[in-house]
Write a protein that binds this ligand. Structure first.
Ligand SMILES: C[S@@+](CC[C@H](N)C(=O)[O-])C[C@H]1O[C@@H](n2cnc3c(N)ncnc32)[C@H](O)[C@@H]1O
Length: 365
């Protein structure tokens, strides 16, 4: 039991959808990585350097950053490049990408290392890391929050989620910063690209984000009504993450005392790259058939993007609720197709799917 009499929550152990699915559907996270690159630009290192990516997933974004870092090393250097993620991560897909780290200078030797461990544990020996980075990953909570209650609608649950998870998210970020503070050398850097709350409907921008989530939950409701999913199939499928703001980030940094100083910080909206095809579909007004086809294509891409993150959580929860493993993949595919239809029906395919991000570079004091 915890201090307030509730049962301790289980740790999150689930990574992204495997078999390279995340790599194939993470174009938006790749753009977030590109937007973080200015933070790596003016770094310099000695001859032996260690770079660690915390929450690397299947490596598409990670490789681009590692390649940039090793290219900045002086001649005759060695670089340890460490890829950290949960043990359930599909590291096989990442390993296949390792040859893409290839320093232009042949005197530089690169030693790749896989680190299957939660970043809420110690991941590297004390004072060994020159550059730590975490792209689209520190918003993952250590523990799985309680599932949606039966009385709540999905919209209500979404609205309350932020408030409910704020304290855990703050504690987790402080813990992450303290752990990295032990691992990063004095003068070393921690670079973070953290998803922020989408300013949906607040600052005049209207995104398709909420419609995307609602379409998925509508699809699950349809499959529940058809008897293909267990009655409680939607309650625990939401991934355990919580977005950060510049303010919440600064609050966590302050709590780590003098360990870190913020060197650079900026925010950006990162649209899903399929937004471009959505814009094209808008401009083709006269041909309804083409317009509809483009809308469906856009719906397919952005739904697959979201499902590359949601899938492991959906499958695991459904099986815990009694769905047989043998039919799980087929039901998942049906759900995915239905969700794409619902997204188009709701008008979501007319709207950009986008995510606000806060980008931060910290110096280890
Ligand atoms: C949205 S993906 C981002 C992957 C990659 N950095 C990118 O930019 O595309 C988040 C990653 O964080 C990982 N993750 C979540 N919680 C973690 C933890 N406690 N320890 C290590 N990795 C974690 C997930 O498994 C997932 O691979």
């Amino acid at each position: 039991m915890t201090k307030n009499g509730t049962s301790p929550r289980p740790a999150n152990t689930l990574a992204m959808a495997g078999d390279n699915t995340y790599n194939e559907n993470s174009g938006q996270q790749y753009l977030a990585m590109e937007a973080s690159l200015p933070l790596f630009d003016d770094l310099s290192f000695g001859r032996d350097a260690t770079f660690v990516d915390y929450g690397c997933s299947q490596g598409a974004a990670s490789m681009a950053v590692m390649q940039r870092l090793v290219s900045r090393l002086p001649p005759y250097s060695t670089a340890s490049v460490v890829f950290n993620d949960l043990p359930s991560n599909d590291f096989n897909s990442l390993i296949k990408l390792l040859p893409s780290i290839s320093p232009l200078d042949p005197t530089i030797t690169v030693y790749p290392c896989i680190s299957p461990n939660s970043f809420y544990n110690s991941v590297a020996p004390a004072c060994t890391v020159d550059v730590a980075f975490a792209l689209s990953s520190i918003h993952w909570l250590r523990q799985v929050p309680p599932p949606k209650s039966a009385e709540e609608s999905f919209e209500e649950y979404l609205r309350k989620r932020n408030t409910r998870n704020a304290a855990a998210s703050h504690q987790d970020l402080v813990e992450f910063l303290n752990l990295r503070g032990r691992e990063v050398k004095p003068g070393g850097k921690l670079i973070v690209a953290a998803p922020s709350p989408c300013a949906d409907d607040i600052d005049g921008r209207i995104s398709g984000n909420e419609k995307l989530r609602c379409a998925l939950f509508k699809a699950m409701d349809i499959l529940i009504a058809a008897g293909k999913l267990p009655a409680n199939a939607t309650a625990g499928v939401y991934p355990p993450n919580h977005v950060h703001t510049e303010r919440s980030f600064r609050a966590a940094v302050t709590e780590t005392g003098a360990m870190w100083t913020i060197e650079k910080v900026y925010s950006k909206v990162i649209p899903h790259p399929a937004y471009q095809s959505m814009l094209e579909s808008r401009s083709i007004k006269e041909d309804t058939k083409i317009r509809n086809a483009l809308r469906e294509q856009y719906a397919g891409i952005v739904m697959d993007w979201m499902l590359a993150v949601f899938k492991p959580f959906m499958r695991t929860w459904w099986m815990e609720q009694g769905l047989e493993e043998g039919v799980c993949e087929q039901v998942f595919q049906e759900c995915s197709e239905q969700a794409k239809v619902e997204f188009v029906k709701s008008g979501g395919a007319e709207l950009p799917v986008a995510q606000d991000f806060v980008f931060v570079r910290l110096n280890r004091s």
